[in-house]
Design a protein around this ligand. Sequence first.
Ligand code: PLP
Length: 431
Amino acid sequence: MEIFERMESEVRGYCRSFPAVFATAQGSILKDEDDREYIDFFAGAGTLNYGHNNPVLKKRILAYLEKDGLLHGLDMATEAKRKLLEVIEETVLWRWKNKYKIQFTGPTGTNAVEAALKLARKVTGRRNVISFTNGFHGVSLGALAVTGNQHFRNGAGVPLGNATFMPYDGYLGPEVDTVDHLRRLLQDKSSGLGLPAAVIVETVQGEGGVNTASFDWLRRLQGLCREYDILLIVDDIQVGCGRTGTFFSFERAGILPDIITLSKSLSGYGLPMSIVLLRGEHDLWKPGEHSGTFRGNNLAFISATGAMEEYWRGLDFTFQIEEQGQLMDSRVREMRDRFSRAGEAPFEHRGRGMIHGLAFEKEPSLARDVTKAAFKRGLVVETSGSEGQVVKLLPPLTTGKDLLEAGLDILEESVGEALGTDKAKIAGGMV
Ligand code: PLP
């Protein structure tokens, strides 16, 4: 590890959480240079929904490279892009055919968020954007302005403006309806809140601590946006592409955002690629007005096409995610109950589909203790939340029951270790 510490900036992060030098990976298994295996419950922060080096996608990538398919294409028309557009229309946009246009942005999620915010401001002629407590949208300045976490905001070096934070669903406890709260502020000409250009929201806050917005809350949020002519942006960068069961995380809420951002698992293979889906009537961009050298990662288009064709024709994959999600849900609940003492649970469990969180709100440092103990046992799992208080489970959606169980077993032992209770005692009913 010496050269990483000597040469790489102090800004490095995940290599501190997972101190190993990784060499190969397949499916949900990572291997380090000493051939030690780790089960991956992190999946590149949600980028590897179809697993590492997915063989079906790899075949397509290799064939494309072999035939000297065009790799870098700015935003030129290419065969690979045409095929991708056709497949997106056929597999995930068929219900809303001709409703959305697609903007290819620079390669990372934050590039898509920047484009979405710029467009919303352009369309409405307004500046302010509403975002939510614990929201995370990226670390370039525009996206950072709508990101709540102080740790990231402190890195900006300039004031972050044109954004107002509102309480997310459940933030003020179950009794307070935070959409009503926003409505009140919008109604009141003296609230200090001007009419915003947009509201940007995650349906499940991945980085913010696996906070889930109810479908009803999302519907009412959309209703409020429509009422006040505010654009609704759903940032589906982390929990889109199937993480919660359906391709878009908002499908079951029955909403239809004005703008959607996608990235992370979109290419399906960990190749950088981001897009903005915008409702046709909002397409006020002038040619070339928003740009970027790396908007045409054609290799990513090839793997993205493969992922759509392989996983999103029909409902089988959704059922598979649901089944595995239920397994995660019941195992985490069992853990919570098993480790409870005097009726008090050591953590709060939250999640949807195949993203779950163990939130150690009372003793945040326990979450890091759990992930450290898990890593020692061969499980890669990260924390999230404002204080890193949530152990976030994000396995590839293709993990399969046996490996999922094996990872959850390690997690359970690790929670036991962090709480200072070993499994033998628990099994014997001593705690
Ligand atoms: N939006 C959401 C919801 C995210 O979770 C992330 C990254 O975690 C981003 C935006 C930023 O994406 P990127 O890190 O690729 O810039």
